[in-house]
Ligand binder design. Structure first.
Ligand SMILES: CC(C)(COP(=O)(O)OP(=O)(O)OC[C@H]1O[C@@H](n2cnc3c(N)ncnc32)[C@H](O)[C@@H]1OP(=O)(O)O)[C@@H](O)C(=O)NCCC(=O)NCCS
Length: 189
């Protein structure tokens, strides 16, 4: 439905359950997310039931599937959550599921497309994210897509044997529109 240079973002479907289960319990990927314990197929089915019926304004969230534009390979998921209607603000989240697909440009492209969705479809004014301090790959991808460093919460989370700082980044509408004004798209079908 929404296209970048390499990716297509489409609705997540209940039929994606097996694709999600293929890599969701891979610690190489999950160590960078908030939860690093195994998720059962049942838990993921229930999450998919919620994620596939979400309305951004009623439920405050939106989750899309990331696909390779050419091969239709399922690459991962990207989301907005805690969407505030009053403040026109949302938090951003992304996961490329298979570590073999890290570093191939899928992340940066997906982030750009989702920012386009946030600012041009949802009409948001501000999008922010929180990431682990050592997740430099993520920070680089976010920066390339336009996010700017806000600051850090020191020792805000415990993961893989120690406390880590959270790095906070944001992007506001007026800055995104300098690169992608109304009428522009990130990629073509
Ligand atoms: C974070 C994530 C979305 C990035 O997507 P990606 O497709 O891997 O990243 P891209 O290929 O688009 O860009 C990565 C950039 O970081 C650079 N990079 C890779 N590893 C790096 C490292 N260890 N340190 C610094 N930079 C690094 C790459 O060289 C590239 O920059 P460049 O194009 O200037 O060379 C993806 O890796 C992912 O989902 N990881 C697991 C889950 C996760 O971390 N989610 C985000 C939680 S906040």
């Amino acid at each position: 439905m929404y296209y970048g240079e390499k990716v297509r973002l489409r609705a997540l479907e209940l039929e994606d359950l097996d694709l999600v289960m293929e890599n969701w319990n891979n610690l190489e990927m999950r160590q960078f997310l908030a939860t690093a314990w195994p998720m059962s197929k049942n838990a993921e089915r229930k999450w998919l039931e919620r994620a596939t019926t979400m309305d951004p304004w009623r439920d405050g969230g939106m989750v899309l599937a990331i696909e390779d534009k050419k091969t239709q390979e399922f690459i991962g998921t990207v989301s907005f959550f805690d969407i505030s209607k009053q403040s026109q603000r949302a938090e951003f989240g992304i996961a490329i599921h298979n570590p073999e697909n890290f570093g191939k440009g899928y992340g940066t492209d997906t982030i750009r497309v989702m920012l386009w969705v946030g600012f041009h479809i949802l009409g948001l004014n501000s999008i922010f994210l929180i990431t682990l301090d050592e997740n430099e790959r993520a920070q680089r991808a976010y920066e390339k897509a336009g996010f700017k460093l806000v600051g850090r919460y020191r020792q805000a989370t415990y993961m893989m044997g120690r406390f880590h700082d959270f790095v906070i980044m944001d992007l506001i509408r007026e800055d995104f529109l300098k690169e992608y004004p109304p009428g522009t798209r990130v990629g073509e079908p």
